[in-house]
Design a binder for this molecule. Structure first.
Ligand SMILES: [Zn+2]
Length: 239
């Protein structure tokens, strides 16, 4: 009999929660899903910020989502995550959380994405050299030359060995650190820690340590002796 009906409310409605709150949540989820679809469709290059996010979304996605990406067709919104990558708020300290999130967003100082632009002034020959995107610690200290990427810094660069050992000791996640690092193993590590507050906190602290170690190292690299050493190494590799 008669009665009032209305449409346009959030798709899943919860009793008790104000409608306005449910609307806001529904909008956030829709925007997050649109963002995922756009990243997955764009297939970011290794030199782009979203490259890590792309691989995390692949690692967390369904078989159907991965199949769509492989076939290079648009991903359906319903195949994407409705929850954030980190559903729980870490309590590791503001600095640590900021560095972790910036790292995963590809916004930290890694030559993979920025080609060491911060060091072009101090090391002018670095730009457009064979070392432009390489890990400079490994260029000077290791026979193996590696891309200066987040996964290399976190998972197998000798520069961060001590911090990595500490992280593995605390989390017992040593299986992720076996073999040569890759974006896939890095993304799987994030997929493993995302639901566990203790692991997220440990990873955030690890992120801050990696950033601090690298900052100290880059400061040392700007000493006169190190500048000469690096310039000689660049010249030798560019021959
Ligand atoms: Zn390295």
């Amino acid at each position: 009999m008669g009665g009032l009906s209305w449409t346009g409310g959030p798709f899943f409605r919860r009793r008790g929660d104000p409608l306005a709150k449910q609307f806001l949540e529904a909008i956030q989820v829709r925007r997050w899903r649109e963002r995922q679809c756009s990243v997955l469709l764009a297939r970011p290059l290794i030199t782009q910020h979203d490259y890590i996010l792309f691989h995390i979304l692949l690692a967390l996605g369904t078989g159907h989502l991965r199949d769509s990406v492989a076939r290079q067709v648009p991903v359906q919104q319903l195949d994407t995550l409705s929850t954030p990558i980190f559903a729980r708020c870490p309590v590791a300290g503001t600095d640590a959380c900021r560095v972790m999130l910036r790292t995963l967003a590809g916004m930290e100082d890694f030559a993979r994405a920025n080609g060491h632009y911060r060091r072009w002034g101090v090391h002018p020959t670095l730009r457009h050299s064979a070392c432009e995107r390489l890990c400079l610690h490994c260029v000077l200290n290791s026979p193996e030359h590696r891309l200066d990427s987040e996964w290399h810094a976190y998972m197998d660069c000798p520069l961060t060995e001590k911090a990595r050992r500490e992280f593995v000791l605390t989390t017992k996640l040593e299986t992720f650190f076996q073999g040569t690092s890759s974006i896939e193993s890095f993304a799987l590590l994030i997929a493993r820690i995302r639901d566990d507050t203790r692991l997220i906190n440990a990873f955030a602290r690890f992120s801050l340590q990696v950033q601090s170690i690298r900052k100290v190292w880059f400061r040392r690299l700007s000493s006169e002796a190190m500048k000469v050493e690096l310039a000689e190494r660049i010249a030798a590799l560019d021959v």
